[in-house]
Write a new protein. Structure first.
Length: 193
C-alpha cells in the first residue's frame, strides 16, 4: 500500500498552519550548512537545533562529499552566504555493510531488492540486471572516523571552496543522539585564511 495518501494528508495539515513561514528569507538565517546522511534515524533539525529557514541540509547515502554534495556547498556559500560547514556521518551506517563490488554484482543479477544475513548479501529478484553499477563510485567506507576525515579533506582541498570557511567533522551516534567530534577532521577543515 502506498504512503501517498498519508503524506498528502500530513501536507494539508502542515500547509493549513503555514502562516509566517511564507516570509522566510532564501538565505539560511544561521548561515551554515550540514552535509549528512540520508539515514531516516538522523533528524538534523533536532540534532543541530534547527528551525525552518536556519541552515542548508545536504543529504546523500553516507553523507559523503560527492561531486554533487560539494556543488551544493559551493552554491550555499557563493550565492546564499553560508559561512561554516559541518560534515556529519553516523554510527551504524549502511554504507559500511557493502563495497563497490558487492553492490555492482547484486545489480548485475537484478534491479530488485536484496537482503543481508550472517552469510552476506543475497539478491532475491529476477533479472534482468544491469552492468552499469560497475561504473558508479558508490563511496562506501569501512572506518567511520576516517570517512569523516576523508570528506572534510576533500572539501577543504576542492578548488572552488574558499579557505576562510571552517569545515567541522563529526559523526552522529545513533545509540545516544550525541554529535561526536572527529578532531582530525575538524583540524583538516580549519579555516586557512
Amino acid at each position: 500500500m502506498s504512503v501517498l495518501p498519508e503524506v498528502l494528508k500530513a501536507n494539508e495539515a502542515y500547509a493549513a498552519s503555514f502562516g509566517a513561514k511564507s516570509q522566510l528569507a532564501l538565505p539560511p538565517a544561521r548561515r551554515f550548512a550540514i552535509l549528512t546522511c540520508m539515514d531516516a534515524r538522523l533528524d538534523p533539525a533536532k540534532y543541530a537545533g534547527l528551525a525552518e529557514g536556519d541552515a542548508h541540509v545536504i543529504r546523500n547515502a553516507g553523507g559523503r562529499a560527492s561531486d554533487d554534495a560539494v556543488r551544493s556547498l559551493v552554491i550555499s556559500y557563493k550565492l546564499l552566504g553560508t559561512k561554516e560547514w559541518f560534515v556529519v556521518h553516523h554510527s551504524d551506517c549502511g554504507m559500511q555493510l557493502f563495497d563497490d563490488e558487492i553492490i555492482s554484482n547484486l545489480l548485475d543479477q537484478s534491479l530488485e531488492g536484496a537482503t543481508i544475513d550472517e552469510t552476506g548479501w543475497h539478491d532475491y529478484g529476477h533479472g534482468p540486471g544491469s552492468g552499469h553499477g560497475h561504473y558508479v563510485k558508490w563511496l562506501t567506507f569501512k572506518d567511520l572516523a576516517k570517512s569523516v576525515v576523508d570528506d572534510v579533506k576533500r572539501i577543504r582541498s576542492y578548488p572552488l571552496v574558499p579557505g576562510h570557511i571552517p569545515i567541522y567533522g563529526y559523526y552522529y551516534d545513533v545509540k545516544s543522539g550525541h554529535l561526536v567530534e572527529v578532531p582530525e577532521a575538524t583540524a583538516a577543515g580549519k579555516a586557512t585564511v
